[in-house]
Ligand binder design. Structure first.
Ligand code: ADP
Ligand code: MG
Length: 289
C-alpha cells in the first residue's frame, strides 16, 4: 500500500469519527472476520440505574440499601454508581465504609456500620437462598443484572440494575453481518443476562461470566481457531484483550486505558462506526492493490 493512499484513508477516518493510531492499522482492519464486543458500555450505554430491591424475609430493605449503598459508594464501577445513587435517593446519606476492597469482575467487600458487607456475583457474595431465585431469573430474562448482597456471612438480598442497549447497536450488528463478519458478545456478566442482550441486538455467539483476566484468553482462543479478531471495548477490563486482538477498537466514551491499548478509537461511541472502519479499510486498500 502506498503511504499516500493510507494517509488519505486515515484522514477520511477522522471525518467519520474514527481516530487511527497509524496508517498501517488499515491493513489489519481489512482482514478481520470476527468482531468481539464487550457488553457493558459498548453494546449498552453503561449508564445503569437501580430498578429493584429484593430483601430476604426478615431483612429491612432500607438496611439493605444503606449497607450495600455505603459500600458501593467507594467503587467506580457502573453497577456501583447505580446502587449508590439509587440507595441515596431512597434512604438519604450513606454510611462510609471503614474498609474497602474491589475484586475485579466479581464485586466489592468492606466493613460498613460494623458489618462485613459483600456485594457482587454469587461466587463472591454467596449463593442465593431459594426465595430469591425467581427474582434473579425474572431480572435476567429481561437482560437485567442482579447482584447479591450479604453481610456477616449471610445473604440478605438482591439488587437489580438496568442498563440500556444503545439505539444504534442492532443496526451496527446488521451492518457487520452484511460485511460478512461474525459478531461475538463477551462479558463478565451472567449468562442469561448476556443472552437476553445478545438476542435484542442480533448476536448469536455469546461468551459470558468471563473474569477480567479471562477476556484476553478468549480472544487468543478465537485466534487459535484461525479467526482474525477485532475487539471492541471501553473498560479497564478490556485493555489487555484490545491489545491482544488483531485489531483493537476503543469507545471514545470509555476509559483512557482502553483508548491507549486500542488501534482505533470510535470518537462518539457509536458501534455503527465499526462497520464504517471496515468499509473504509477495504476501499482504501482496494484502490491500491
Ligand atoms: P463487564 O464485562 O460486563 O464489563 P465486569 O467484568 O466489570 O462486567 O463485571 C462482571 C460482574 O461482576 C458484574 O456483572 C457484577 O455481577 C460483578 N461486579 C463487578 N463489580 C461490581 C461491583 N462494584 N458491585 C457489584 N457487582 C460487581
Ligand atoms: Mg465495558
Amino acid at each position: 500500500a502506498t503511504p499516500t493512499a493510507l494517509l488519505v484513508g486515515t484522514g477520511r477516518g477522522a471525518q467519520l469519527g474514527i481516530l487511527i493510531k497509524g496508517p498501517q492499522v488499515l491493513e489489519s482492519t481489512r482482514k478481520v472476520d470476527t468482531v468481539v464486543l464487550d457488553k457493558t458500555g459498548t453494546v449498552t450505554t453503561g449508564e445503569m440505574s437501580l430498578v429493584d430491591v429484593v430483601a430476604v424475609d426478615g431483612v429491612d430493605t432500607d438496611d439493605l440499601l444503606r449497607l450495600a449503598g455505603g459500600l458501593e459508594n467507594a467503587s467506580e464501577h457502573p453497577i456501583a454508581r447505580a446502587i449508590a445513587a439509587g440507595a441515596r435517593e431512597r434512604v438519604g446519606d450513606l454510611p462510609v465504609p471503614a474498609g474497602f476492597a474491589n475484586e475485579a469482575g466479581l464485586g466489592v467487600r468492606g466493613t460498613v456500620d460494623g458489618h462485613q458487607v459483600v456485594v457482587g456475583r454469587a461466587a463472591l457474595a454467596g449463593d442465593l437462598p431459594t426465595e430469591l431465585v425467581a427474582a434473579r431469573d425474572t431480572a435476567a430474562a429481561e437482560g437485567r443484572t442482579s447482584v447479591v448482597v450479604s453481610w456477616d456471612g449471610v445473604v440478605r438480598g438482591l439488587l437489580v440494575v438496568s442498563d440500556t442497549v444503545k439505539p444504534t447497536s442492532a443496526d451496527a450488528i446488521r451492518q457487520l453481518r452484511s460485511l460478512g463478519l461474525t459478531p461475538v458478545l463477551l462479558t463478565g456478566d451472567n449468562e442469561a443476562v448476556a443472552k437476553a442482550v445478545a438476542a435484542e441486538v442480533g448476536i448469536t455467539e455469546v461468551i459470558a461470566e468471563v473474569l477480567p483476566a479471562g477476556k484476553v484468553a478468549e480472544v487468543k482462543r478465537l485466534q487459535a481457531e484461525g479467526r482474525v479478531v477485532a475487539m471492541v471495548g471501553d473498560g479497564v477490563n478490556d485493555a489487555a484483550a484490545l491489545a491482544q486482538a488483531d485489531l483493537g477498537l476503543a469507545m471514545g466514551t470509555g476509559t483512557d486505558v482502553a483508548i491507549e491499548a486500542a488501534d482505533l478509537t470510535l470518537v462518539r461511541g457509536d458501534l455503527r462506526v465499526v462497520a464504517d472502519a471496515i468499509r473504509l479499510s477495504r476501499r482504501t486498500l482496494g484502490t491500491i492493490r
